[in-house]
Design a protein. Sequence first.
Length: 371
Amino acid sequence: MITVSLCMMVKNEEEVLARCLDSVKDLVDEINIVDTGSDDRTVEIAKEYTDRVFFFEWTGRFTDARNESFRHATKDYIFYLDADDVILDEDREKFKRLKEGLDPAVDSVSMYYNAGTDEFGNVTLKYRRNRLVKRSKNFQWGGDVHNYLNVYGHIINSDVAITHKKIQHAVGRNLSIYKEKIERGDVFSPRDYFYYGNELRENGHHEKAIESYTKNIEHKEGWIEDKVYACINRADCYRFIEETEKELASLFESLRFSKTPRPEMCSRVGYNFQRKKEYKFAIYWYELATTIEDDSDKWSFTYPAYSTWYPHLQLCVCYYNLSNFEKSYEHNELARSFRPQDERVLFNKELLEKKLGLNQTAEQPQDESSS
């Protein structure tokens, strides 16, 4: 059986570090923790789990600290986590089976990263990452923000998931790193333009985000999947600044790269038509979103809401406005299967049961925009 070194970089993680290590300590053969300048109890907590705690002066680049943590590994494979990650019980069992049966010829194992969950336990964002890598290959981290491992060779996809359980969000931190890159005159890669666009969008700078996404889209190089979501995310920015037709055009442009529709695109097209009260067109796109099967080998972002509860909730409203209360109720029930205690869904359920019982009401059903 292979041996595994856990490698982590941390700073001021006293609130979450023990939770992370408790979920992984018996799965690995070695724990290496590199601290980059904590002034809380992080180091004290780390030493309760391992005597391999190291110190590294922060350089302003996450890649430097991540590569430093890898440097201390001594086992066959390196496994990495952030302090606010955990391995849930089901995935712990999958990890054990993977470790017991892994062919040593494998250079890297990808795992799902469940980067967010809603209040009902539904995964809101997931994607694959090279997570367990062969130490002898000396794979290195790259990128200033949203780092990535430069991995090659024999790579397999596993069904293990790492779950992100962030307590607080460092607002503006990544945006400031990109601004420093601009001030230094660094040349942006297509990937930089995509992630800079994401940071700008998340911080409310929609016009600047549109510019950055467009540079990614128009660049001859870059990952196709980034271009797909650059189009989709740019459309969100157009929606925020009420450029409805540009929003729709950007969504359709995503097809130039994806070739086939994604649920994330379809649901947004549906919402574009829904806002214009073109309900039949909206229904077409929402229903299409619910029929697209998830590709388990896909590496780019997947937002499960856009193929599950969200289009069903919106279909409930669209069918209601077309006075098809049976279909409206049907889709609200499908949304309820994912979000059983959602107040909007429960409101709709009561409203539609009255309608179907021929009790008149002047109220309107609630959709995602009602929250």
